[in-house]
Design a protein around this ligand. Structure first.
Ligand SMILES: Cc1cc2nc3c(=O)[nH]c(=O)nc-3n(C[C@H](O)[C@H](O)[C@H](O)COP(=O)(O)O)c2cc1C
Ligand code: SF4
Length: 660
């Protein structure tokens, strides 16, 4: 597509929009998400760098992560301080920086009601009717009328602080079953006083606090409302009920925009869609809300991912704006690249959730698997590179993602880069992951890397295996060893650490997950898959084998299949898919002995039992391919140092590329 055509194609997306007293320069919003970056409850440089980079990258509006409104609302270690004016001067640095780049900035206010986290709040959770949490087994406290009043006032004061901090507005979190929507839903709200019962009474909490916030902040301040749709749950609201609720608030002109997410605390997986989810997940819900509003703008959320999807949502009239969260974590310059007709240069989010939600889940500040500058913008100068003072010639040995990222960054900085790869294709182990079912977005990312290298005129030599003693002949000023890793092949299991090698492995008919995904293995009808890693490597290979007609028996020492990926939300759909395909799953189980045509299995504390299988496929931690690095006395990057996941390889590739 020519540049002119692409720009025209995104005309709707880049049409400005008036939102209360502000004009958004386009329709792309960096929606609210807990980046979890506060230190001691205060926003700092990590925050500033993170949000400023997305404003510089062209987002029209940024909605900063939620401020808990009250002691009972604190949810994460990186939450902002609640109820304190001390945050104001710190926020001011962020709002100034974002305004300098022409973006509008709001922040979210939240209270998750019954689903609080005592480990961080050290306070009981408050809710309309004292129902238990869906995050853990804690119960909650049914608020008295005095306590309801206290919470409303805490919202008003939080909005005041936002205004004094230079924000253009606030967004009220009434999504996924938080406090506000707990008041809306008969399931959560079983009160018999003025705050419960009739529809009007259940709306009283949100209406009162929105009216009071408006009185506090005046006319020139945006008030947004974040809601959600979760059709998978009987107790959540239907789309008709949500339309009625949104229509009620719109009729009273209580909010300037409404943004609709997917999933909820009863169905966490759809909140942050993964590779098993459809694109544009929230579009039908946004469209339904468009039918009932006459005052508020409607924002579509959830798995919009690309400028093409975003433009479709806007041009087809499904919504007025789109929130693209992970798409802009992965590429903070998504908006500008799309505007310039360079959408093929947008680094494409993988929907992997590994370093964004996966890190938030573990209560760290968030980053990105393919964009390690996320969260480090303040130390690395954003997702941009400075030209090196002295251009050098650089030889990168190995075309896995560590080598590719290193080559890209070195070339961006003006070095003359040559990359040699032993095999015919680039991408290394990550390409094999991309061959697994549902994981084609990984191949899109490898294509993106290849395109960037071509544009940067990196010389790429495929099918070029070199030995350590040949390296000098390349005459490079800098040599980077990114030779990756290989399957260990010994079947070591953490559950049987006394055995370096799986007993009976010499009986044959054994292969690795890597060989299966490279389509380089002969695999029999019935497969025993030893899944030592409990992540995508084992399960994704099992899914591939089951889909291609094999009977699969999966054995893992972990408590559940995909245990390591629970923090990405992909574990549950993976298990459901495996179950549907008839995969036999044995958790907390080890392979005691392989015979070549079957095995002895034993669950922890159970009795050994025999199974029949034609092939044993091992998915376990690789061993580094570090011979060249050792012979040359070089440090190496990525798996060549220690076999880990792709995030570490890409991080080390980026860091090494920046250091040359
Ligand atoms: C790490 C992370 C934290 C999130 N935290 C919040 C939050 O605090 N409030 C909220 O309304 N949505 C939150 N979300 C959901 C996003 O706003 C968004 O709905 C979701 O990521 C799907 O959109 P996307 O496909 O554009 O990423 C979070 C998402 C991520 C990835
Ligand atoms: S970690 Fe994965 S899902 Fe999250 S933003 Fe990066 S690529 Fe997207």
């Amino acid at each position: 597509m020519s540049e002119q055509k692409t720009v025209n194609a995104f005309k709707s997306l880049f049409t400005p929009l008036k939102l209360r007293h502000k004009t958004l320069r386009n329709r792309i919003v960096f929606g609210s998400h807990t980046a979890n970056m506060a230190e001691n409850g205060l926003p700092g440089e990590r925050h500033r760098g993170y949000y400023e980079e997305r404003a510089r990258g062209g987002a029209a509006m940024i909605v900063v992560e939620p401020v808990p409104v009250h002691a009972t609302a604190v949810l994460t270690r990186g939450n902002f301080r609640h109820g304190s004016d001390e945050i104001i001067p710190h926020f001011r640095k962020i709002t100034d920086a974002v305004h300098d780049h022409g973006a509008v900035i709001c922040h979210q206010l939240y209270h998750v009601g019954q689903h609080g986290d005592f480990d961080n709040s050290y306070a009981p959770s408050w809710s309309p009717s004292g129902l238990p949490s869906f995050h853990d087994s804690d119960g909650s406290h049914a608020m008295t009328e005095r306590e309801i009043e206290e919470i409303i006032e805490s919202y008003v004061q939080a909005a005041r602080r936002a205004q004094e901090s230079g924000f253009d507005g606030i967004e009220l979190f009434a999504a996924y079953n938080a406090l506000i929507d707990q008041f809306w839903l008969p399931f959560n709200n079983r009160r018999t006083d003025q705050w419960g019962g009739s529809f009007e009474n259940r709306m009283r909490f949100s209406r009162t606090l929105m009216e009071r916030i408006r009185r506090q902040v005046g006319d020139d301040f945006i008030i947004g409302l974040a809601v959600n749709m979760d059709p998978s749950t009987k107790v959540s609201q239907s789309i008709e009920q949500l339309q009625e609720i949104v229509g009620y608030h719109d009729k009273r002109q209580l909010m300037d925009y409404v943004t609709c997410g997917t999933g909820g605390y009863f169905n966490f997986g759809d909140i942050i869609p993964n590779v098993f989810s459809a694109d544009k997940l929230g579009a039908p819900h946004a469209e339904a809300l468009k039918h009932v509003v006459s005052f508020a703008k409607v924002q579509c959320e959830s798995h919009i991912r690309t400028p093409e999807n975003a433009d479709y949502v806007i041009s087809s009239g499904q919504a007025d704006t789109v929130s693209i969260v992970r798409g802009q974590i992965a590429d903070p310059h998504l908006a500008n690249k799309a505007k310039e007709g360079r959408s093929e240069d947008v680094r494409p989010c993988l929907s992997c959730n590994q370093m964004c939600w996966g890190r938030r889940y573990r209560d760290y500040w968030i980053s990105c698997l393919i964009n390690p500058s996320a969260g480090r913008e303040f130390e690395w100068g954003g997702d941009r590179f400075e030209r090196a003072e002295k251009p050098k010639s650089v030889l990168v040995i190995g075309g896995g993602v560590a080598g590719l990222e290193c080559a890209r960054v070195a070339a961006e900085r003006g070095h003359k880069v040559r990359l040699v790869e032993a095999g015919p294709k680039l991408g290394g182990q990550f390409r094999l992951a991309g061959n697994q079912p549902r994981r084609g977005q990984i191949l899109d990312y490898i294509d993106w890397l290849e395109r960037q290298l071509m544009q940067l005129q990196v010389q790429i030599d495929r099918n070029t295996y070199i030995e350590a003693d040949e390296v000098a002949a390349f005459g490079a000023d800098e040599v980077i060893v990114a030779t990756g890793s290989n399957p260990d092949g010994n079947g070591f299991q953490r559950a049987m650490p006394e055995f370096d090698v799986l007993p009976g492995i010499e009986n044959g008919n054994v292969t690795s997950a890597e060989e299966v995904m490279a389509k380089a293995a002969r695999v029999g009808k019935t497969v025993l898959l030893l899944d030592e890693t409990a992540n995508w490597k084992g399960s994704g290979t099992a899914l591939y084998l089951a889909q291609t007609g094999h009977k699969v028996i999966l054995v893992t020492q972990a408590a559940s299949v995909m245990f390591e990926m629970a923090r990405t939300n992909a574990d549950l759909p993976m298990r459901q898919n495996l179950r549907t395909l008839g995969v036999e799953m044995h958790t907390e189980t080890m392979v005691q002995h392989w015979t070549g045509s079957g095995a002895t299995l034993k669950s922890f504390g159970g009795e050994p039992f025999e199974i029949k299988a034609d092939t044993l496929v091992i998915a376990s931690t690789n061993k580094p391919e570090d011979s060249i690095a050792r012979e040359l006395g070089l440090d190496g990057i990525g798996d060549a140092v220690a076999a880990r996941n792709a995030a570490m390889a890409i991080y080390e590739g980026r860091k090494r590329g920046m250091s040359i």
